[in-house]
Design a binder for this molecule. Structure first.
Ligand SMILES: [Zn+2]
Length: 298
């Protein structure tokens, strides 16, 4: 009888372990619209979330062709996070088509948006994450939503959010330490599209670009000619590629103005894990380092 009793004891203890794990470590299935947001949700969710990003590393969040698997993941998600405010125009249609029953949590809700005029039309700037102060609002919205969905793990979500808030504060301090010493008349750079407006606002940098707030916009020959004049007049000497879109237009403008290449910025997509910007914090520091270095000249 002894062997049978040990097996029973083993089984009982195994069952108890499984039950205990299930109670203390619930894993939420989460879908985020793009990689920058997916990283921030990961920072707040920690071990309690399994995240899929719809747009992948180096991908353009303005334009996206979802696969049937994306729709399936969305349908089965416990919670879904877009950034909103006009960034992911494809998102609503995909949510409807997927059959997802919940309400997506729009993380940029509550951020004071920057308005831009282009061709007589006003639009809000959706690239909020290029300001750590705005990402703080994301963190609060994500924290609130995760706590509401999984109150048993609230203590961890609060602790993660507090730790990450401190990291965001450190990023802001870092950016000031790099940019503040640069003379104001040198703080001008050329990029592909208008994705760094909040960074420019926070740290006093002027970003010029041939494309507007979305990579879906197009620049006419007249727009490009006007921009070339402006670049010459304002003596903008450096241009940047963006990791997630076509560099040809910005290269062409640079060639016409004599601006030199400053490197690659991560405007709205993280790099793969082995690249220079696999997390939001690394992306932000990389961008600040590249911009600061290019503005003072190498
Ligand atoms: Zn963009």
């Amino acid at each position: 009888m002894k062997p049978a009793r040990s097996i029973l004891a083993l089984l009982t203890s195994a069952l108890l372990t499984i039950t205990a794990d299930a109670a203390s470590a619930k894993t939420l299935q989460v879908v985020a619209s793009f990689t920058v947001l997916s990283d921030v949700v990961q920072q707040v969710g920690g071990d309690h979330v399994h995240i899929r990003s719809l747009v992948g590393p180096n991908g353009d969040p303005h334009q996206f062709e979802p696969s049937p698997e994306d729709a399936k993941n969305l349908k089965n998600a416990d919670i879904v996070f877009p950034s909103g405010e006009g960034l992911e125009r494809w998102f609503e249609k995909l949510v409807k088509a997927s059959g997802y029953q919940g309400s997506p949590i729009i993380v940029s809700t509550g951020i004071r948006l920057r308005e831009r005029q282009r061709k007589g039309q006003a639009s809000d700037d959706p690239h909020v994450w290029n300001s750590p102060a705005n990402v703080q609002v994301w963190v609060s919205n994500i924290e609130k939503a995760l706590v509401a969905l999984d109150p048993a793990d609230a203590t961890d979500f609060h602790a993660n959010a507090a730790r990450y808030s401190k990291e965001l504060h450190d990023l802001d301090t870092y950016a000031h330490s790099k940019i503040d010493p640069v003379p104001v008349d040198k703080r001008k750079v050329l990029t592909s599209h208008d994705a760094f407006g909040y960074l420019g606002r926070d740290y006093g940098i002027t970003f010029l670009s041939p494309l507007g707030l979305s990579t879906e916009t197009e620049a006419s020959a007249a727009d490009v000619a006007k921009l070339i004049d402006q670049i010459k007049k304002e003596k903008v000497t450096v241009y940047f590629f963006e990791n997630s879109n076509d560099p040809r237009l910005v290269q062409q403008i640079a060639a016409a103005t004599g601006a030199r290449p400053g490197g690659e910025l991560y405007a709205e997509a993280l790099s793969p894990a082995d690249g220079p910007a696999p997390t939001y914090a690394k992306m932000f520091r990389h961008n600040i380092d590249e911009i600061a270095q290019a503005m003072v000249g190498r």
